[in-house]
Design a protein around this ligand. Sequence first.
Ligand SMILES: [Zn+2]
Length: 256
Amino acid sequence: MNTLLLENMTWSEIMDALADGYDTVVIFAASIEQHGPGLPEVTDTALGYFEAEDLAGRLGHALAAPVIRPGLSAHHMGFPGSITLRPEIFKGIVEDYITAYIRHGFKKIVLCSSHGGNFKTLEEIAREQAEANPEICIVTGVSLDELDESLAEMDRIEGLEPGTCGGHACDWETSIMALIDENYVRRDKLQRGYVGPLTGELLDKFFNEGVGSVSPIGVMGDPTGADKERGRRYFEYFQNLQTECIKNKIKEWKDR
Ligand SMILES: [Zn+2]
């Protein structure tokens, strides 16, 4: 097969893959939301496809579902173009994906997000669905805290000012987008956003009053030095982390 993306396969190819033991489906939830003046609204969705297909390959005998978007982006609504789903609608879509793939014969379901705002709800859905479908292995990928830690670690490894990989339209996202396709990146429009810790009161402000209350241009981090080769290193590091995390959770489920 030259693709692991379910939406690019025919039903008979999917049937053959299932018969060959492809029993894992990787479901990514993303967003359609502002990513500062230098990246398009499709950013998390493009990252979702890039991460999902690569992750399916690393897990083995896995296929990737169409990336779900929009997502939960209420805190980005202060900027033109962002869309946010009502939480119950988002939840319903994810649940219907799970129902469909179980019906088609998948035995392991991996739920991941390429957008921070979806993590908490996805973890809730995974817990509920795992309880409702005890014969199916349903796991989530790395937590939002683990993702944040990995961004801070990337700043250290690359010798960047702490907060350069701030998590939104930052050096991390912009460098990986350049790796996917340089045409996504508006080089002449990249601007430094909020660079610093996002904790306590500031974090509450970020979610309650919106991203614009912390960074008027909607950027958490500094994308101005974004580099495709660094994007390749970021991606490799993160995909390894994600793969290990999921393999461990699947093993725990098997050994339970
Ligand atoms: Zn993003």
